[in-house]
Design a protein around this ligand. Structure first.
Ligand SMILES: C[S@@+](CC[C@H](N)C(=O)[O-])C[C@H]1O[C@@H](n2cnc3c(N)ncnc32)[C@H](O)[C@@H]1O
Length: 278
């Protein structure tokens, strides 16, 4: 049975820090988990819009958003790959060796440098070992300052991305990251945030760094609820935030807003809705 967190959301902590992502994909596929797939074209368009050479994914897990950014693969390809019978039989070490080659064959020549931050040390180690993360750090910036290495390596990041992470991380993590980034040229931040969580705290903290946050008018689905209890908790949470659950959480799905934060002189171009819908 899937455990429940105090906010009513099903807890998947047991799949976040395995030696490889097989359980992650096996467990989430039945929920039609799809926020990395929803984000893939949006993040690619955002990379082009800000001409990013270096992207930091926060709550990067096994390097999923990095895989979708730097390789010619879809989330469905990843679901199929990790469920493949031959792949299912491999030891974690052999899988790492096989996946390194699998991702290398699919890497796009124009891919940006991809970096990742997550508390899950095994997941980050996998992402680094298979070459999805050029740099990866298992650190918790909710509770402490970044290491010297993380601080050094993120100084030239052009874009920060996040899916499935707001709620786990807050403005505390963004504050500690932005303390290490050049105030005269801060990176853009592209975030998919569940409607059950406010983004205001992060947006306010980014505003203090000179970034203007815009919200898309449309939402995208993240995954199906795993139970009626989970749905009821989510519907209550969005209503408490003054939002209408009709057509979204009411239909059985978690939905996300898309937020894009960029320096004032670049805000509005291209419009956030164009980046979301293409
Ligand atoms: C729902 S998963 C999202 C993973 C991935 N971004 C995706 O969309 O599939 C949430 C992730 O947040 C990570 N996480 C939880 N608390 C964190 C923290 N304080 N700092 C960084 N990552 C954290 C978990 O380890 C997990 O990998």
């Amino acid at each position: 049975m899937t455990p429940t967190r105090t906010d009513g959301k099903a807890g998947f902590d047991h799949i976040y820090d395995e030696p490889d992502p097989r359980d992650y994909f096996r467990t989430l596929r039945p929920t039609e988990y799809q926020i990395p797939a929803q984000a893939q074209p949006v993040f690619r368009r955002t990379v082009d819009a800000c001409d990013a050479g270096s992207v930091l994914d926060v709550c990067c897990s096994y390097g999923i958003n990095s895989a979708l950014l730097r390789c010619d693969v879809t989330l469905d390809d990843l679901y199929d790959h990790y469920a493949d019978d031959d792949v299912a039989e491999l030891s974690p070490d052999r899988l790492v060796a096989a996946d390194r080659a699998w991702f290398a064959e699919r890497t796009r020549p124009e891919a940006p440098r991809t970096l990742g931050l997550d508390v899950a040390s095994n997941a980050v180690a996998y992402g680094r070992a298979v070459g999805l993360l050029d740099g990866g750090w298992a650190e918790d910036l909710e509770s402490g300052d970044p290491s010297a290495d993380l601080s050094d390596q993120i100084a030239d990041v052009d874009l920060v991305t996040i899916t499935g992470g707001i709620g786990y991380v807050s403005e505390r993590t963004f504050d500690r990251l932005f303390d290490q980034m050049p105030p005269e040229q801060p990176p853009w931040v592209a975030a998919f945030c569940l409607r059950t969580y406010p983004y205001d705290g992060v947006a306010e903290s980014l505003a203090q760094r000179g970034l203007v946050t815009e919200q898309s008018s449309a939402t995208v689905p993240q995954r199906r609820f795993v139970s009626v209890d989970e749905q009821n908790a989510a519907v209550e949470a969005v209503r408490e935030r003054g939002l209408d659950s009709a057509g979204r959480e009411d239909t059985g799905w978690y939905h996300c807003d898309f937020f894009l934060s960029r320096p004032e002189q670049q805000a509005g171009t291209p419009p956030v809705d164009d980046l979301l819908t293409g």
